[in-house]
Design a protein around this ligand. Structure first.
Ligand SMILES: O=P(O)(O)OC[C@H]1O[C@H](OP(=O)(O)OP(=O)(O)O)[C@H](O)[C@@H]1O
Ligand SMILES: O=c1cc[nH]c(=O)[nH]1
Ligand SMILES: [Mg+2]
Length: 212
């Protein structure tokens, strides 16, 4: 299924806390990382296990391991950095491919300003992280460039997604699965998600808090 709205109580509780209008930068940042971790738990649920026999304290023991699963985490700058450490806490050996996308606040079009990808993308699952899918432009542009560079297995972890953006992403890339803490209601006239979180980048980095 390409869209997974993860209804785990911890995820819903923490997302609810992030929606408070008076939340501090510190608290917003902590919750974004924690949700990054919890969504990673969900997105890795179908990773396959292989048996291996190791030396245990009482002799040989058969254990199960995730083997041969290469992953690259792809934070979309800036706001995706706010979830990166949370994802890395569960997949510490993952390589990180950084993509910078900035949305023009007038036209709402995304443009790429940075692209630093790891090698062997055709052999890795790419996990894109960004708190928001609003119009979907930043996500589509990121998936486009990953595919051009060789990615063939892509999943996205987001905190809040608008129905309009989900539809656009899945029309453009039906093979990509999106894991989100919430499918929200709509976009406002400025392209912000309702009820949403406000401007996620500004809240994570402590830059200007504007009314959206
Ligand atoms: O779905 P879209 O309409 O493209 O909007 C979503 C994008 O907007 C935000 O980034 P922004 O461009 O504000 O950059 P920032 O992370 O540096 O604040 C957000 O983090 C997404 O990347
Ligand atoms: O609601 C939104 C939409 C785009 N970017 C954000 O940070 N928030
Ligand atoms: Mg922003």
């Amino acid at each position: 299924m390409p869209i997974h709205e993860v209804k785990h109580p911890l995820i819903q509780h923490k997302l609810g806390l992030m929606r408070r209008s008076n939340i501090s930068t510190k608290n917003f940042r902590e919750l974004a990382q924690e949700l990054g971790t919890l969504l990673t738990y969900e997105v890795t649920k179908d990773f396959s296990l292989q048996e291996a026999t190791i030396d245990g304290w009482a002799g040989p023991v058969t254990i199960e391991q995730i083997q041969g699963k290469k992953v690259t985490i792809v934070p979309i700058l800036r706001a995706g950095l706010g979830m990166l450490d949370g994802v890395l806490s569960l997949i510490p050996a993952a390589r990180v491919s950084v993509v910078g996308q900035i949305r023009n606040e007038e036209t709402l079009e995304a443009s790429t300003y940075m692209e630093k990808l790891v090698g062997e993308l055709d052999q890795r699952m790419a996990l894109i992280v960004d708190p928001m899918v609003a119009t979907g432009g930043s996500m589509i542009s990121t998936i486009d460039l990953l595919k051009k560079a060789g990615s063939n297995e892509i999943r996205a972890l987001v905190l809040v997604a608008a129905p309009e953006g989900i539809q656009k992403v899945l029309e453009a890339h039906p093979d990509v699965s999106i894991y989100t803490a919430s499918v929200d209601d709509s976009l406002n006239e400025k392209g912000y998600i309702l009820p949403g979180l406000g401007d996620a980048g500004d809240k994570i980095f402590g830059t200007k808090q504007k009314d959206v």
